[in-house]
Write a protein that binds this ligand. Structure first.
Ligand SMILES: NC(=O)c1ccc[n+]([C@@H]2O[C@H](COP(=O)([O-])OP(=O)(O)OC[C@H]3O[C@@H](n4cnc5c(N)ncnc54)[C@H](OP(=O)(O)O)[C@@H]3O)[C@@H](O)[C@H]2O)c1
Length: 213
């Protein structure tokens, strides 16, 4: 698959690197040409250039920028993103007196804001739950099972595209419903990261119901 990545930071490099290893053709787009070139060279991407060039290049396009910047960027590149599967890995989180909180209005996910800004793009919420370092691993397996990657998307072609992408990474796609449910993936990140920060292991809070049988 041709994948355009908007952003040159940690997620661009680690997810982009995982996609290069999985055999995809990746182009890095940044607002700094030098940063885009450095990230592309580091991960063996096929090319680099501007944000608009990367958006045009990808049948899938990853928004690897801060959540606060993602809807505005998607709106600015709405024409380039039209008809493409746009992967939103962002987390809009803010530490507060009550702990780590979602920095989005209740029920209004970043993914939905991106979809509103670029209405002809097929937005998918995915890849927001793992720390960027996880994507550097050659085998994405934990406790003997492939990593599960949950995603939310409205359009069926986008669901199929992201499922195929996740499968090529050796992971298991987990469809979690339409984009209206993306807010739950964003809240899950707030929960999990808050737990990691406190030294806890959130996955131990989810034994399968059958474990008691
Ligand atoms: N890091 C993680 O473990 C992790 C895990 C899950 C999800 N995420 C999410 O992934 C996204 C990217 O995180 P990251 O860790 O890769 O961040 P990062 O290393 O700080 O990289 C952010 C990138 O976004 C670019 N950027 C910032 N504002 C921009 C704008 N207005 N227009 C265009 N580009 C802009 C930066 O470009 P400049 O260099 O020019 O500033 C940089 O290339 C965030 O939304 C984050 O919540 C991160």
């Amino acid at each position: 698959m041709n994948i355009g990545i908007l952003g040159t930071g940690s997620m661009a490099a680690t997810l982009g690197g995982a996609w290069v290893r999985a055999g995809h053709t990746v182009r890095i787009g940044g607002r700094s040409e030098a940063a885009a070139q450095a990230t592309a060279t580091r991960i063996g991407a096929a090319g680099h250039g501007s944000l608009a060039e990367a958006a045009r290049f990808g049948e899938l396009v990853l928004l690897a920028v801060p959540a606060a910047a993602a809807p505005e960027l998607a709106g600015r590149l709405a024409a380039e993103l039209a008809g493409r599967t746009v992967l939103d890995c962002t987390n809009a989180l803010a530490p507060g007196a009550d702990g780590l909180m979602l920095a989005t209005p209740a029920g209004r996910s970043v993914a939905q804001q991106i979809a509103a800004a670029a209405p002809e793009a097929h937005v998918v919420k995915a890849f927001n739950l793992c720390h960027e370092s996880i994507w550097t691993l050659d085998r994405l397996e934990f406790a003997g099972a492939p990593l599960t990657v949950p995603f939310c998307a409205d359009a069926q072609p986008a669901q199929q595209a992201v499922s195929a992408l996740i499968t090529t990474m050796g992971c298991t796609p987990l469809p979690c419903g339409p984009l209206s449910r993306a807010t739950y993936l964003e809240a899950t990140a707030a929960f999990a990261i808050g737990a990691w920060w406190s030294g806890a292991e959130p996955r131990h809070a989810f034994p399968t119901p059958g474990a008691a049988a």
